[in-house]
Design a protein around this ligand. Structure first.
Ligand SMILES: O=C(O)CCC(=O)C(=O)O
Length: 304
């Protein structure tokens, strides 16, 4: 799919599915590194990996947050392809990564089947907007194949959800009773009937908005494992779209390893001022050389 077509779908439907958007050669170093981050399918299902217990009983317990143990995974979060996609969708060249998570799921570890919902309640302190310049984008990246029996996300086009009010936010599957103003227990048959599956091969990317109705689905493949990453971008000026702050994670070996291999453009997505910004002076450059000995400061030095 061309990026211009992805932008059209994203605007019309609230999401765009780009099968195998990350090519195998770019995914290969990440896949090689995955066992440093998560148990393999065999390690989990045979019980030979001591890290397996963390995944039992809580679907969200399989999430790791940026910066990752695997530097390859951290670099993928801001790979040129994903930055280009974010730039086209947000129609902006100055945007920030406001969240990045990688997620391993294993068949039988817990129930991954979710109710339809929107994500904005923990991606923004406001409500979603479609005004140009006020949009945020979430992107799922499949690190391995995700066919239907390995729990692909399902999404509902904005054409079916445009008239929904901001709350309730969760559309419960039949048989559940709403206990708060955030949940709707009508069963929402029209929304569930309109679901589109995001199933696809490794490298598939699904871009959607925090206001897009979607859900995670269950893993049923015997001895199955699903590995994915979620990255979230917003225009640099859009202060109300938040998930984490990077400084609190920046005194870690994972962060230093990532910074040492990242480009100026990738680091700008994490909040580094761009080359030519008044921040870059002889004094700050000297300090940065001490803080990050393996970072090539040439891009910022030349433009000082
Ligand atoms: O991981 C997925 O496929 C979707 C998960 C999801 O929608 C969520 O946790 O909000």
């Amino acid at each position: 799919m061309k990026l211009s077509d992805a932008a059209k779908s994203w605007h019309t439907d609230g999401f765009a599915i780009l099968p195998a958007f990350i090519p195998p050669e770019e995914l290969a170093p990440v896949v090689r590194d995955l066992p440093s981050q998560f148990p393999t399918a065999e390690g989990f299902h045979d019980g030979t990996d001591a890290r397996r217990d963390r995944f039992i009983g809580d679907e969200f317990a399989g999430i790791d947050t940026f910066p990752f143990k695997s530097t390859e995974l951290s670099l993928l979060a801001v790979s040129e392809r994903l930055l280009e996609l974010a730039s086209v969708l947000l129609d902006d060249s100055d945007f920030h990564l406001y969240g990045a998570e990688s997620w391993a799921k294993f068949t039988g570890a817990c129930d991954y089947d979710q109710d339809l919902h929107r994500d904005y309640l923990n991606h923004s302190i406001l409500v979603p907007s479609t005004t140009p310049g006020c949009r945020q984008v979430e992107i799922f990246v499949f690190l391995t194949d995700v066919p239907e029996d390995l729990g692909p996300p399902h999404l509902v086009s904005r054409r079916h959800t445009d008239r929904l009010p901001a709350l309730p936010n969760w559309f419960l599957r039949p048989g559940q009773v709403s206990e708060s103003r955030y949940t709707d227990d009508s069963g929402s048959p029209e929304l569930y009937a309109a679901e589109v599956s995001g199933a696809g091969p490794a490298g598939t990317v699904i871009a959607f908005e925090p206001g897009t109705v979607h859900r995670g689905t269950g893993l049923t493949a015997p001895r199955g494992a699903r590995y994915s990453m979620q990255v979230c971008f917003r225009p640099a000026q859009l202060q109300w779209g938040q998930r984490v702050g990077w400084a609190v994670r920046s005194f870690s070996s994972e962060w230093s390893a990532f910074v040492g291999r990242a480009t100026a453009r990738q680091l700008q997505a994490l909040g580094f001022p761009p080359p030519g910004h008044p921040y870059w002076t002889a004094e700050t450059l000297a300090g940065m050389a001490l803080r990050y000995p393996s970072l090539d400061l040439a891009p910022w030095t030349r433009a000082e």
